[in-house]
Ligand binder design. Structure first.
Ligand code: GRF
Length: 226
């Protein structure tokens, strides 16, 4: 059986990339191979991670659409994983891989998504809102910003004494977990099922200072219509 070739697109540290590398190398996603890692920034540490694992990697800047499409063709790419990729994919690429591109976002979409919600700004906004929960979402990519169908959400509590950095770290842990799950579903042809019935994973292992978590979860379900 031929492997489902993935391109992983990054812009920064690449910890989500590392989670997918570990899952493919560890046999958790036996049907997939990371064929190439593409960064839009030469200084992205994720490129070093790719090199450390002998994975082909290159820098393609955000307006180099032809080069990106050519590269995806050369590496016989079947699915694209946006793992901390801070550019908007050109519509030509979204159309060419429609239904086979997923993105990880560090909030519970549709909450805290869209143009100005990236990086630490997301977590600052969550804290300012007083929400008792946050988390991450893996979603399909369409031509909008964070507007594609949600596939998997991971929920974490917000603590009374939380900082944006502390929340960011806990959300990042859940990102790694749900991204691997979604990549596996993509490689195994199970995205349609997740699109119909998105999965919500709740992480409440740590009971320290949880701000009215149960009440928050019920509000969350209302907000997300689940
Ligand atoms: C993650 O929080 C991701 O959701 C966001 O950027 C961050 C990237 O982290 N879009 P890393 O590069 O995977 O460590």
């Amino acid at each position: 059986m031929s492997l489902f070739n993935l391109a992983i697109l990054i812009s920064g540290s690449g910890s989500n990339l590392q989670a997918v590398i570990d899952a493919t190398e560890g046999g958790i996603i036996p049907s997939a191979a990371i064929a190439i890692v593409i960064s839009n920034r030469a200084e992205a540490y994720g490129l070093v991670r790719a090199k450390n694992h002998g994975i082909p990697n290159m820098v393609i800047e955000k307006n180099e659409t032809e080069k990106l499409l050519e590269t995806l063709k050369t590496y016989n790419i079947k699915g694209l994983i946006l793992a901390g990729y801070l550019s908007i994919l050109p519509p030509e690429v979204v159309e060419a891989y429609n239904g086979f591109i997923i993105n990880i976002h560090p909030a519970l979409l549709p909450l805290f998504g869209g143009k100005n919600f990236y990086g630490i700004k997301v977590h600052n906004a969550v804290l300012a809102s007083g929400a008792p929960y946050s988390g991450a979402t893996v979603h399909l990519v369409d031509c909008g910003i964070d507007t594609g169908a949600a596939l998997i959400r991971g929920v974490v509590p917000v603590y009374d004494d939380d900082t944006a950095e502390g929340l960011q770290k806990r959300v990042l842990d859940v990102e790694h977990h749900i991204l691997v799950k979604a990549v596996k579903a993509l490689a195994e042809g199970n995205i349609g099922e997740l699109k119909k019935n998105p999965l919500t994973i709740i992480n409440d292992n740590d009971k320290h200072g949880v701000r009215d978590y149960a009440k928050g979860l019920s509000e969350l379900c209302d907000a997300l219509l689940i």
